[in-house]
Write a protein of this length. Sequence first.
Length: 279
Amino acid sequence: MSLSIIPLKVLESWPAPNYKDPPERGDELVIISAILSGIACAFLILRLYTRAIKRTFGLDDALIVIAWITTMGLIAVIDYAYKRWRFNRHVWDIEQKYWTGAAKFAIPAKALFSAASGFVRASILILYLRILGRSNVKWIRWALHFCIVVNVLALIVVFFMSVFTCIPLRAYWTLIPIPGAKCLYDGYVGLAASIFNNILDLVVTILPFPIVSKLNLPSKNRIALFFLFGLGFVATAAGCVRTYYVWYGFFVSYDQTWNCYPLLITAAVELNIGIVSKD
């Protein structure tokens, strides 16, 4: 991380480094992500099995498989690297020798999260289009197509901004500034992307409710659909919590590694619940 962006009064408020026995986060991240990943995997296998039997495998299924792969990739990177590169410590307790590795770890983590969230949302929108696009309500078809286009553009933009935060790329992890290099502050990119994702997730979650309420279905089936689609609100809430920690970690405390921990937990919750709600 770059210390130049941190206000001097914040740096002066930090305690002296403790490299010997610093406070560290526990294993909650590994446990929670493992449990949620197992649940999401079980739901995904069941759905794909059902679709294979009925021969109704579609684009939404292919997209959710990609979303699951990128989510598992993100969780694998996080579970391996958060202790390896001392992301479980306060930033002032991290030896300088770990900074380069931590910065390199952050690039695939950001890229995988942006890809996973985009593919989860794309799968849900394509599913909605299959189910609700045949309805006589024209605005729902227009809304779905509009959201699909916006989601694709957002996925591309956020992915490339997450990877190419610095030009040249190596300027992101080198401790010695590279002359002529241009970098965006992670906080600006992360906060803007998080807010936009939350808004889009909320819109996508709300979209099917007006149509489902008018479907000629038994009450039990309608309630089941409301419950399934309502899981999107849980994922959206997790995204809002994640956004708070992005703001707090990058603009208030600047203790990015310590506040990254709950951020990573909420990211695992958000993505895995998104996959379950799709299934």
